[in-house]
Design a protein around this ligand. Structure first.
Ligand code: FAD
Length: 409
């Protein structure tokens, strides 16, 4: 019953599907196509995240919402993911003086977001992939070329060579030993993130519209460690320090630490050149967070890395005939301030499944997917951009106007 039929429901077609990128959306896509009975090749640039010591990439934890939960439930993984997630029932706002106030997300129905570990989530999805004999994972395979008309792919195989952090951001990483691998597929699905190599092929097709926008704000991750094996702040909130043109947020982790994301215009980052300037800045703007992070740890973490860039991508269509499709960040990367990038990527699969189950021919199904998805995807990119202003600025004003706020200090 998982096989979808080709044309009038008459013949079930088992396709050879190549999925590029085994991040959360790619591994979820693999599960969905495998459940329909297709033969899935899952290619990932990096080493298997389950074996990786240090996971490079963005944000250690993510806010999981209803969109993502629904997609996980469809492959039977929602409860497993929630088992190690931390509920966040609202925003805890931190004023300049260090006073806190709470704005609940849903005081009536008690709905909440969940803080989930990115690595843990990806691991669970890949473990689930291992249970399918028709999913074949290929790690350390970087897509370098694709001919989407003919369904041909070329991968560079090999381990990423580690480079000093600064160079890492300026140059593309190269594998230690280069080996080119060729493959073919009936359908190529690009889940290879914001800088998608597969999308680069679609960009060349007539009628493909594409735009990207970098914002002038960068982000850097810091940490509030556990103290005496306890959280240093109330764990069941998304903590926000709104400061007009910049802000900081913190999400709880299973090990009782918080991952802190400091977002500021690049000019502000550049002004903080010395340890003293950094400490003075935190004493002025984040007085309550400074002792929790620890002065020495702040200095170490702040100066060891450079702020990361953020961008938003809109494009259309998401498919090419019945040959290629892009999902997740590859199709609609957004700035992280709405906490919906991953959730929207997972929702792509909820929609795609419902369309594939309608027994349409694949080209019609993929066209229907684009048509049903692009307005919402563009809208959520806009909302994410808007929420950046809301979080850094409006939350501050709103919290002080709101009558129902609860002062916790
Ligand atoms: P990715 O996670 O980028 O995965 C793409 C995969 O493809 C990677 O494994 C990569 O190695 C691989 N790949 C790339 N190129 C190639 C290639 N050429 N060949 C083979 N493989 C390749 N979203 C939320 O929903 N909630 C949040 O709270 C949230 N917080 C965020 C915080 C920050 C700071 C940032 C930056 C983002 C946040 N997001 C959040 C967005 C979320 O991280 C992304 O939307 C999500 O990771 C997209 O998943 P993906 O699988 O599409 O892409």
């Amino acid at each position: 019953s998982y096989l979808y039929a080709d044309g009038n429901g008459a013949t079930a077609t088992r396709r050879n599907v190549a999925i590029v990128g085994a991040g959360p959306v790619g591994s979820l896509a693999a599960l969905n196509f495998a459940r329909m009975g297709h033969e899935v090749q899952l290619y990932e640039y990096r080493e298997d995240i389950r074996k990786a010591q240090l996971v490079q990439g963005r944000s250690i934890n993510l806010a999981l919402s209803q969109r993502g939960r629904k997609a996980l439930a469809a492959v039977g993984l929602e409860q497993q993911v929630l088992a190690t997630a931390i509920p966040m029932r609202g925003r805890m706002l931190h004023s300049v003086k260090g006073r806190t106030s709470i704005v609940l997300y849903d005081p009536c129905n008690n709905q909440c977001l969940y803080s989930v570990g990115r690595k843990r989530l990806n691991e669970l999805l890949l473990d689930a992939c291992d249970a399918f004999p028709n999913i074949h994972c290929h790690f350390e395979h970087k897509l370098v070329k694709a001919n989407i008309r003919e369904g041909r792919l070329q991968f560079r195989q090999g381990k990423e060579k580690q480079k000093p952090r600064q160079k890492e951001q300026e140059q593309e990483q190269e594998p230690a030993q280069e080996q080119l691998i060729c493959a073919s597929a009936d359908l190529i699905v690009g889940c290879d993130g914001a800088f998608s190599a597969l999308r680069q092929q679609l960009v060349r097709q007539p009628g493909f519209n594409y735009s990207q926008e970098y914002i002038g704000t960068g982000y850097l991750e810091l940490c509030i460690p556990a103290k005496d094996n306890e959280f240093q702040m109330p764990p069941n909130y998304l903590h926000i320090w709104p400061r007009d043109s910049f802000m900081m947020i913190a999400l709880p982790n299973q090990d009782k630490s918080f991952t802190v994301t400091l977002s500021m215009p690049f000019e502000v980052f550049e002004q903080l050149k010395t340890q003293q300037q950094l400490l003075d800045f935190f004493r002025t703007h984040y007085v309550d967070a400074l002792p929790l992070i620890g002065e020495q740890q702040l200095i170490k973490d702040f100066f060891k890395s450079r702020p990361q860039h953020l961008m938003s991508v809109k494009c259309k269509p998401y498919h090419y005939m019945d040959k290629a499709l892009i999902l997740g960040d590859a199709a609609h990367a957004m700035v992280p301030y709405y906490g919906q990038g991953l959730n929207a990527g997972m929702e792509d699969l909820t929609l795609l499944n419902s369309i594939l189950n309608q027994q349409l021919t694949l080209d019609v199904a993929l066209e229907k997917f684009t048509e049903s998805r692009w307005r919402d995807a563009h809208a959520i990119c806009d909302l994410a951009m808007y929420n950046y202003v809301e979080m850094r600025d409006l939350t501050k004003r709103w919290s002080f106007r709101c009558r129902k706020w609860l002062d916790t200090t």
